[in-house]
Design a protein around this ligand. Structure first.
Ligand code: PLP
Length: 409
């Protein structure tokens, strides 16, 4: 079910026409469908219902407090990668015993905070980090629950810049180092090794890489004879950005995990971000100018790479649609670009786009994940508003940054 779709030739989010939203809110702004978010979360939960995993939403994909609160209500935990995300997850009401802390560069301050909050797991990525957590825990007279992140040397068949599981990447510990660290941690009195974690990358649409990862985890369990309480399989489940691109087959993945879990009494943790929020968000933007240059039509939008960095950063494609389909489409080639002074500030090219004029609006689709969370103040432009639609209601869930706030530092 798609809650963001054309209805009577207008783009709707739940029951609200986006044409109504642009009358009310200053563009550009992000707009989320709460129904879509719920649909995604429950579909994920349902696919894995046999094993009842802990679903730790990846806060870095979208850190809006209001959305985190909604996810908390659905039963989500959180995967955090900084003290800011940790405190935000807790502020959203997420129980610390459903929070895992990932990342290769946790500082002393971040580790102290995580220990004090008694979170479920700190997923460590180096021996030095294990030593530091052990010594801080000792000072606090605590035994801290940790997981070790494995680098399985499996790449996710995804964009190079969002692949994390290859042996040359900075993430996790390769097989041999993992085994050695397990032995050392056994002697560290203030650590409790409870988990093994992996995350091989993002936007993975085939189950094959995940299958390989499960085989390697089995190998590690056989070798170390550790009965891990938690097996954290990370996130990375891909969605459909292009019509021809299929989202990951969760049923197939669930079958593999169910089989993997037979004869084990471990709890599975997942850390999905994109799958949960990706297609629940759009970016609504106004056409400032249309400029013909060298036989090209540049459609200059009021949203740029400062608002949505994925195209500039990863060459990511986001479908662009007119808020109002006119029926007539123009044969020409349109190049959608932002206002930022960088030549990489461009979105997709489109042929046969609907008849558009200056002053009208378009939406970039599937921008709920790594959209707002990657945005910046580049060119001294404010961060933009986020709007949530739920059924027939809509409201601001984050205000556009004021000019005053923007220029005062
Ligand atoms: C980014 C990240 C995730 C989420 O990845 P998605 O592709 O958005 O599901 C999960 N776990 C870790 C450790 C991450 O760094």
């Amino acid at each position: 079910m798609n809650y963001i779709r054309l209805r009577k030739n207008n783009l709707y989010v739940d029951n609200i026409s986006t044409l109504k939203l642009v009358k009310k809110y200053e563009t550009p702004f992000y707009c989320y469908s709460l129904s879509q978010l719920k649909n995604n979360y429950y579909r994920f939960n349902n696919a894995f219902k046999e094993i009842e995993p802990i679903i730790c939403f990846s806060v870095k994909s979208n850190a809006n407090l209001n959305l985190l609160r909604e996810l908390k209500k659905m039963g989500a935990g959180a995967d955090v990668v900084s003290i800011g995300e940790l405190f935000k997850a807790i502020k959203a009401g997420i129980n610390p015993n459903k929070i895992v802390f990932s990342g290769i560069g946790k500082t002393e301050k971040e580790i102290k905070a995580a220990i004090k909050k008694n979170i479920l797991l700190i997923n460590i990525e180096s021996e030095s980090e294990a030593n530091l957590i052990n010594s801080i825990s000792k000072k606090f007279s605590k035994k801290t629950s940790i997981g070790i992140r494995l680098n399985p040397n499996v790449t996710g068949k995804t964009h190079q810049k969002i692949s994390t599981g290859g042996k040359d990447e900075k993430f996790g510990l390769v097989y041999k180092d993992f085994i050695n660290l397990c032995k050392k941690i056994n002697k560290m009195k203030n650590l409790h090794l409870k988990g093994i974690s992996v995350h091989i990358g993002s936007q993975i649409t085939s189950v094959e890489p995940f299958k390989k990862v499960l085989i390697i985890i089995d190998k590690i369990i056989n070798k170390t004879k550790i009965n891990f309480e938690f097996i954290d399989l990370g996130g990375g489940m891909g969605i459909s950005y292009l019509k021809k691109e299929k989202q990951i087959n969760l049923k197939k993945y669930a079958k593999l995990v169910n089989k993997f879990l037979k004869n084990k009494d471990s709890k599975i943790i997942f850390e999905p971000g994109r799958f949960i929020i990706g297609n629940a968000g759009i970016l609504i933007t106004k056409i400032i100018y249309i400029k013909k240059s060298n036989n090209r039509n540049f459609v200059i939008l009021d949203a740029g790479m400062n608002n949505l960095m994925r195209p500039a950063l990863y060459n990511a494609h986001h479908e662009i649609v007119s808020l109002k389909k006119t029926g007539k489409s123009l044969r020409e080639n349109f190049k959608f670009v932002g206002p930022v002074c960088e030549s990489s500030d461009k979105f997709s090219d489109k042929k046969n786009f609907s008849n558009i004029r200056e002053g009208e609006y378009v939406a970039l689709l599937n921008v709920g994940a790594y959209g707002m969370s990657l945005s910046s103040n580049y060119n001294t432009r404010p961060t933009i508003a986020e709007v949530m639609v739920s059924g027939s209601k809509h409201k601001i869930i984050k205000k556009r940054q004021s000019l005053e706030n923007l220029i005062n530092n």
